[in-house]
Design a protein around this ligand. Structure first.
Ligand code: HXC
Length: 258
């Protein structure tokens, strides 16, 4: 991989988008590599939490690569958008928990890839925005769909129509991110949360993630049916037996399923 780094330690993978000279802008090769990387991750039993971040000091991802996009035909632009849809859906739907560690600019495609992650922990220096309409285009990596689902239609329209950049605290205030921390504590905070997640049943977490992701697109009754099915499935697992027996025997549970 030319534009991604992956480092796996103790069931946590840190994936870094690594084009710091271009502030980690997403060109087609990088999007392809993200797709391949998460295709691998989704089948790896030794990885239970992924932390996605940007290499370098300044930027998480400053958007899609404007230099590469500038001469695209409509067909090429549509393909670029669809390729990112595939890659970002892999992030969104992989069995692992994916935490975005947003270490700086998360603009355009950068905000969009962060929104594909399950949880966003961000440095106090991070900046968010969907500046596309200032370039005469619209968000094309899922922003018109994921942003209103996260922050509501009104705030999403304001961000997209004004193309304004907001700081980390404002992103927190509107519900775009989960937690803001001092920049030097960003990776530690993400790893601590990952460790906290690792203590729990990972099969149960995957089933809950599926129920949430599919359920938010359904009417309430269908979502509840889905939840009941997933809930029933957990009772076929070793973790359910171990987790409940450990509670009743007043000991620490050893959860292992995935
Ligand atoms: C290509 C980029 C880039 C990008 C930065 N660079 N963002 N290259 N695509 N999105 C490059 C710059 O050209 C420059 O290269 C180097 O990174 C450093 O950037 P500077 O602008 O010099 O840094 P700074 O002054 O600190 O400004 C940082 C910035 C600014 C505010 C983030 O770079 C910026 O506004 N970038 C564009 C942000 C944006 O509009 N993103 C949305 C893109 S559209 P050189 O070679 O000069 O050193 C999008 C659509 C998604 O994401 C959907 C597509 C289907």
């Amino acid at each position: 991989m030319n534009n991604l780094l992956m480092d796996v330690e103790g069931e946590i993978a840190v994936v870094s988008i690594n084009r710091p000279k271009a502030l980690n802008a997403l060109n087609t090769e990088t999007v392809q590599e993200i797709n391949e990387c998460f295709k691998e991750i989704q089948n790896r039993k030794d990885i239970k939490v992924v932390i996605l971040t940007g290499a370098g000091e300044k930027s998480f991802v400053a958007g899609a690569d404007i230099a590469q996009m500038s001469n695209m035909t409509p067909k090429e632009a549509r393909e670029m958008s669809l390729n990112a849809y595939e890659a970002f859906s892999r992030i969104e739907n992989c069995p692992q928990v994916v935490i975005a560690a947003v270490n700086g600019f998360a603009l355009g495609g950068g905000c969009e890839i962060a929104m594909s992650c399950d949880i966003r922990i961000v440095a106090d220096t991070a900046k968010f925005g969907q500046p596309e309409v200032g370039l005469g285009i619209i968000p094309g990596f899922g922003g018109t769909q994921r942003l209103p689902r996260l922050v509501g239609k009104g705030r999403a329209k304001e961000l997209i129509f004004t193309a304004e950049t907001i700081d980390a605290n404002e992103a927190y205030r509107i519900g775009l991110v989960n937690k803001v921390v001092p920049k030097e504590e960003l990776m530690d905070t993400c790893k601590k949360m990952a460790q906290r997640i690792l203590k729990n049943g990972s099969l149960a977490i995957t089933l809950a993630k599926q129920a949430i992701n599919l359920g938010v697109e359904m009417d309430l009754n269908s979502g509840i049916q889905l939840e009941s099915n997933q809930f029933g499935l957990t009772f076929s697992s070793q973790d359910q037996k171990e987790g409940m027996n450990a509670f009743l025997e007043k000991r620490k549970a050893e959860l292992k399923d995935f």
